[in-house]
Design a protein around this ligand. Structure first.
Ligand code: EPU
Length: 459
């Protein structure tokens, strides 16, 4: 039985037909970080390259963990508080999705509080999901809690096709009926029952949706070939703090013992440090030269990246589990790198690393195995003088002595970071536009680089 009352009336057909003339729930907006609207196209980050970085910086909470934990809050008829939350447009957009579902969400002082006592909707509409594809992860918890969910298909995005077949397969194996109609995924189940689910690839999103649905299923679920990323562990810890029973997160096999809904309660959960932000600062220093200390990191999450930094010839050491130091002198060496699921080299740092390899000594081959179209930074880096050729899913990067500042436009979040990194080491002035992408995933990046001595500002 659903406990999400009063729910919007839905059609008895497996695919909801009602378009809805409901009044949406009241939305309270607090401190959106970025400007939005037509004027945004003119906003830019301006970098005068060639200033080495020096000093210390602190890492903020991981976007890709916090968004999923916000969705997990839907599992309890209670208040869940997430701490160490970065101020990102993605976090604000996820808050809007949860508010639409009836949760009361407040964001302040790097904390998000989600009161999911009363859910009033089971539908996450296109207008919201299309702005934040990660919000598709409300499907699992909504289905678990309400036994019914209708979530807009996120569709592909600039970097790739981004399929959801494994989400679908997992939820079906738990006993849900899942259908796709008119751009929406509709899932319903009178009862969810634990199952053994093998994922053909270790998808983060599928692991998360299945884990959250299985948290309230009857019996035990085992996810085989699960994603092993630290953000999955953070999510499992969050669900456990809320009363769930999950073991094995962080390995290829996750075991979820379902608990009754009444046993789920609110919790206070810390967000892990953003490992992609750590990588971004490391590469920023490699592009600009200098010596920086990164505090508040988790070095265990970033071994693949540090190991490749050593291959390139930079000094990078782990002082304490949460402190990483990097010192960069002279020209770095070319390396080959392939993006693979965690704990391998992350696809999300492929573009930022390419900006460093563009000026390394020798030829690097970068192979992208996670997405079909994640080399969109290449055209912009070429405008800055990089010598990069694309062959199938590899980029052949012939290091040039220096990049030249230019006007460039970012096409996605990590491409934006890559162009800023490129600008830090380039001769002259680089102007990066398309900042809405950057603000989705980096909180005050330019201010923090400026604190390290970079000549960078936003206008
Ligand atoms: N895939 C399938 N079938 C599925 C699910 C995924 O074929 O059912 C494919 C996708 O098409 C993609 C690959 O598997 O090619 C990886 O997809 P995954 O589900 O692991 O990715 P995701 O959960 O959609 C998260 C991060 C991404 C990050 C990937 C891989 C969030 C919000 N997003 O996406 O982060 O690239 O995992 O690590 O957690 C970013 O932060 O810039 C970013 C894009």
């Amino acid at each position: 039985m659903s406990d999400c009352l009063p729910l919007r009336a839905v059609s008895s057909s497996p695919i909801i037909k009602a378009a809805g003339n409901m009044t949406p729930p009241q939305i309270t907006r607090l401190d959106p970080p970025a400007k939005q609207g037509p004027q945004e196209a003119e906003e830019r980050i301006i970098i005068r390259g060639g200033k080495p970085l020096r000093g210390e910086t602190r890492i903020f909470g991981a976007k890709n963990a916090v968004l999923k934990m916000m969705a997990a809050a839907l599992l309890a008829k209670d208040v869940t508080v997430l701490r160490n939350v970065p101020n990102l447009t993605d976090v604000h957009m996820m808050a809007d999705v949860l508010r639409h579902l009836g949760a009361v969400v407040e964001i302040s002082n790097n904390e998000v509080s989600i009161d999911a006592t009363n859910l009033t909707e089971i539908e996450a509409p296109y207008e919201l999901v299309s702005q934040l594809r990660a919000s598709f992860v409300v499907l699992g918890p909504l289905l678990a809690r309400c036994r019914e969910a209708k979530v807009s298909l996120p569709g592909g995005c600039a970097i790739g096709e981004r399929r959801i077949d494994l989400h679908e397969k997992g939820l079906k194996l738990l006993g849900a009926e899942v259908g796709i109609d008119h751009g929406y995924v509709y899932a319903s189940a009178t009862k969810l029952t634990g199952a053994r689910i093998y994922l053909d690839r270790p998808s983060n999103g599928a692991t998360e949706n299945i884990m959250m649905a299985a948290a309230l299923a009857e019996g035990q679920t085992i996810i085989e070939n699960a994603a092993q990323d630290p953000e999955i562990v953070n999510l499992a810890d969050c669900i456990n703090a809320m009363g769930g029973k999950i073991t094995g997160a962080g390995t290829y096999q996750i075991v979820i013992d379902g608990v009754p809904q009444e046993e789920m309660h609110g919790a206070v959960v810390d967000t892990i440090p953003d490992r992609l932000e750590v990588g971004t600062f490391l590469y920023a220093c490699m592009a600009a030269g200098g010596e920086i200390i990164i505090n508040g990191a988790n070095a265990h999450h970033i071994y693949a990246v540090i190991s490749k930094i050593h291959e390139m010839g930079a000094e990078c050491s782990i002082y304490a589990p949460d402190t990483i130091k990097i010192k960069v002198e002279g020209r770095l060496k070319a390396i080959d790198v392939t993006t693979v699921p965690y704990p391998g080299f992350p696809t999300d740092l492929q573009a930022p690393l390419m900006s460093v390899l563009a000026v390394a000594e020798g030829t690097s081959i970068m192979t992208e195995t996670m997405y079909e179209n994640r080399f969109m930074q290449v055209g912009e880096l070429r405008r800055m003088g990089a010598d990069i050729q694309l062959k199938a899913n590899s980029a052949i990067v012939k290091g040039v002595p220096k990049l030249m500042g230019a006007e460039v436009k970012s096409s996605d979040l990590r491409a934006a970071a890559a162009l800023i990194i490129a600008g830090l080491g380039a001769d002259g002035v680089t102007e990066v536009t398309g900042l809405s992408h950057l603000d989705r995933g980096y909180d005050k990046l330019e201010e923090r680089l400026r604190d390290l001595g970079a000549d960078v500002w936003r206008r």
